[in-house]
Design a protein around this ligand. Structure first.
Ligand code: ADP
Length: 497
């Protein structure tokens, strides 16, 4: 039992009380305001030049492309105008040599070629509408205006956005390294190559995936409601919300439609409270941060997202194993071990390797409520590399994994609550039917059992939300921000041309 008592003691270190939530929300709102006033703050609060969200009645055929890692995705999205859409897509791996090419042209010519192949195989009819006409700046030669596809370009690398369809590359990440492209407008680079192929395509929007999530949810949400916030809880975490234009005090460099009085803001909330004023900071968080590639940065994300939760668990278990007072994952009396052997772990086991434990084991631990925790014990063998864990071992893992995930969900609730309070969207005068719609995406929120419930529990504790307010918050999964979301941003952008 000593082991379970120790697991209980450690789990308690991950408690994030209602008072902690309330304090954190106050700080979150403060940092939101700072980010709207000036650059270089913890919450970057990046204006996106997207000045409205869809309500599900939008119609038309749009293109979207997504360059974010190893694959390039091209899709067409037919918006039916009744919150539904049809998506056709193709996906191709980026040849390694193009990721490190001499010139940007080599990569972008390849991307344009994929768009051409896609159009030829799925939308041949659009080539037939070609007529010789005078070249208009910014539009491909030889096409009727109405036969030109508007395209949303999801580009998941750091860019300095200068308009709804322009932004310069700050630096490459994820194995790409083409120095020639740095400082250039990535939309212009793609447009140039599309034009050389004489394709009827205009790059109308440069899209951030979180903004895409917001747009995708707003289109598909029931009842023609505008969605307030799109939030991602996957490998990383981030949120984009609809802000009142007059609250954005820092200078905006690009052109935008000022008639709506609104603009979507990309919070980049992964860096919330990098100064650790209100965030929890257990010894395990400190170890994770110290051994990460970016100590002191993305401190909120390091306590919430899928990339880190498995590693926090690994660090806890590794330290527990080193504690001789608590026999854990080691040779011992295996009376409660129905695998019939002693527990063994070697130095190559994932449990001993930094970043080797995937966060999905937290979901497995939460889902397995069987008496013998058989499934979890199998995962401990497979995912942690521990042979024949005992029932007590598995119970300890379950307790600690739960504490880590629950804290993550409550912290996620802090961000959502902060945005709801800041926007004043839960005006106390609104009745129960006045819904605040939130779109979420990412494996953690989708697959961790009870993630949303813990988020809600935290939000109920917040002054200004409470039980009545929390009931008015509707949270729905928003799939495919880089497909339908990007198409919707292209649609919004096309209205400005
Ligand atoms: P991305 O954010 O990269 O687009 P996902 O939304 O699928 O992709 O998130 C992937 C992250 O979610 C990984 O860090 C992975 O460890 C974590 N993850 C995947 N499945 C689960 C699960 N069932 N429970 C908790 N975390 C998960």
């Amino acid at each position: 039992m000593a082991l379970l008592a120790e697991a209980k003691r450690i789990s308690a270190l991950f408690e994030f009380s209602d008072d902690d939530v309330r304090n954190a929300v106050v700080e979150f709102v403060t940092e939101m305001n700072e980010g709207l006033e000036k650059n270089g703050t913890t919450l970057s609060q990046i204006p996106t030049f997207v000045t409205g969200v869809p309500n599900g009645t939008e119609k038309g055929l749009y293109l979207a492309v997504d360059l974010g890692g190893t694959n390039f995705r091209v899709c067409s999205i037919q918006l039916h105008g009744d919150t539904t859409f049809t998506l056709t897509q193709s996906k191709v791996a980026i040849p390694k040599e193009l990721m490190v090419a001499e010139t940007a042209k080599e990569l972008f010519a390849f991307l344009a070629k994929q768009v051409e192949l896609f159009l030829k195989s799925h939308h041949e009819e659009h080539f037939e509408g070609r007529v010789e006409r005078h070249q208009t700046p910014g539009t491909p030669t030889g096409y009727e205006e109405e036969s030109i596809f508007r395209l949303g370009f999801t580009f998941s690398f750091p860019v300095h956005q200068t308009g709804i369809n322009s932004g310069t590359l700050i630096r490459w990440t994820k194995g790409f390294d083409i120095q020639d492209a740095v400082g250039k407008d990535v939309c212009a680079l793609l447009q140039e190559e599309l034009d050389l192929l004489k394709l009827p395509v205009k790059v109308s929007a440069l899209v951030n995936d979180t903004v895409g999530t917001l747009m995708a949810r707003s289109y598909t949400a029931p009842g023609k409601t505008d969605t307030l916030l799109g939030a991602i809880f996957g490998t990383g975490t981030n949120g984009a919300y609809v802000e009142t234009m007059s609250k954005i005090k820092k200078p905006l460099e690009g052109a935008y439609d000022s008639t709506t009085g609104q603009m979507v803001v990309n919070t980049e909330w992964g860096s919330f409270d990098n100064g650790l004023k209100v965030l929890p900071n257990t010894i395990y968080d400190q170890i994770l941060d110290k051994e990460s590639v970016n100590p002191g940065i993305q401190m909120f994300e390091k306590r919430i997202s899928g990339m880190f939760l498995g590693e926090i668990l690994r660090i806890v278990l590794d330290i527990m194993m080193g504690n001789s007072k608590n026999p854990f994952f080691t040779d011992k009396d295996s009376s409660s071990n129905d695998f019939g052997s002693t527990t063994v772990i070697d130095d190559n086991a994932p449990l001993k390797q930094q970043w080797a434990v995937d966060s999905s084991i937290l979901s497995v631990a939460q889902s397995d409520n069987s008496v013998g925790l058989r499934t979890l014990r199998q995962f401990i063998e497979k995912d942690l590399g521990v042979q024949a864990p005992s029932l007590e071992d598995a119970q300890a893992v379950k307790d600690i994994a739960h504490a880590i995930a629950k804290r993550a969900a409550r912290l996620a609730g802090v961000a959502v609550a902060g945005i709801i309070l800041h926007t004043g969207r839960l005006d106390p005068k609104g009745g129960p039917e006045d819904i605040v719609d939130i779109g979420v995406d990412g494996s953690l929120v989708e697959f961790y059992p009870g993630f949303e419930d813990y988020m809600r529990e935290a939000m109920r504790a917040v002054d200004g939300i409470g039980h009545a307010g929390e009931k008015r918050i509707r949270i729905g999964i928003a799939k495919d921000g880089s497909g339908v979301g990007a198409a919707l941003i292209a649609l919004v952008a096309a209205k400005l041309e």
